[in-house]
Design a protein around this ligand. Structure first.
Ligand code: CP
Length: 313
């Protein structure tokens, strides 16, 4: 195994706070842990005696299970909390809930919450290391790390690679974290979406906007396709799902008109037949299940490095 050197942070609140060296260190450990979890004995004792609470105040399949598996592969003790079955329904505050869980001698909090900034808010008020597992429309750092790692596995290096993010950028923490992560690794990032689904100040992040989906796909080495997040919308942002599917949906017919077909990614959950067709999602161009597989090793690397950091600080 590699010698651990340090991350520049003791919490993972967002990709914005990481240096390129941090990201490369996480990727070095991700490679090591990916080897470990492909062995017959998939467990290492690295986090024995560390207790981790996974606090999910918003629905999740991939992130919640992937963190839990990563923690168990590292031999941590794990407790899981889901808001719908908790005493939050009886009026307890977020800080009180977290502090009560920490009173049970918990070392790490993995937090998913619908409010942007929730992870930072908690990190300033409680005595534990915090990993942001997605906070509203703000950031989803481990998703961006696993996305970038999955691209790097295919191309060796992200420098000057062209990645287009397609879809509901306005409501997407995945898009924001991906932009920060890919740019820190030297990639070029473009966005393609209806203008109503692009944040107004998006150019300040140094991204190009390509309005025509066919031009965007032709430009790209990789297209990361996002779901339309109806649950975060309080009004209509486009005329109809059918219209969206026709103008922005990724279908095999559309891909087959291109000179070079990009690799296709999606953070999940996918809405088949809306932003992506089943044929594309299940095709040889799709990295969707590679992303999910890499999520466990990326999260092992993050947990391992942050735990080392916590012990050193
Ligand atoms: N990509 C992602 O965050 O999926 P979940 O919402 O299922 O965790």
């Amino acid at each position: 195994m590699l010698q651990s050197s340090n991350l520049s942070t003791t919490n993972l609140l967002g990709i914005k706070d990481l240096t390129p060296q941090d990201i490369n260190l996480i990727f070095s450990w991700t490679k090591q842990f990916k080897e470990v979890i492909n062995r017959p004995i998939k467990k290492v004792p690295s986090l024995r005696d560390i207790t981790i609470a996974n606090l999910f105040f918003e629905n999740s399949t991939r992130t919640r299970l992937s963190f839990e598996l990563a923690e168990k592969r590292l031999s941590a003790d794990v407790i899981n909390f889901s808001a719908s079955s908790s005493s939050l329904n009886k009026g307890e505050s977020l800080v009180d809930t977290v502090n009560n869980i920490l009173a049970m001698q918990v070392d790490f909090i993995v937090l998913r919450h619908p409010e942007p900034g929730a992870a930072k808010f908690i990190s300033q008020r409680v005595n534990a290391q915090i990993i942001n597992a997605g906070d509203g429309t703000h950031e989803h750092p481990t998703q961006a790390l696993l996305d970038a790692f999955s691209i790097q596995e295919k191309f060796k290096d992200l420098k000057n690679k062209r990645i287009v993010i397609v879809g509901d950028i306005l409501h997407s923490r995945v898009a924001i974290s991906n932009i920060f992560c890919l740019q820190k690794l030297g990639a070029q990032v473009a966005l393609c979406a209806p203008l109503s689904l692009l944040p107004r100040n998006i150019h300040s992040l140094g991204v190009e906007v390509i309005t025509n989906i066919n031009e965007a796909l032709e430009w790209a080495d990789v297209a990361n396709i996002l779901r339309v997040q109806h649950e975060r919308m309080d009004k209509s942002y486009f005329p109809s799902i059918r219209e969206y599917q026709l103008r922005y949906g990724i279908t095999m017919e559309r891909l087959e008109t291109l000179n070079n077909i990009p690799l296709i990614m999606h953070p999940g959950p996918i809405n088949r037949g809306v932003e992506i067709s089943s044929e594309v999602a299940d095709s040889k161009y799709s990295l969707i299940l590679n992303q999910v597989e890499n999520g466990v090793a990326v999260r092992m690397a993050v947990l391992y490095l942050l735990a080392s950091q916590g012990h050193n600080s």
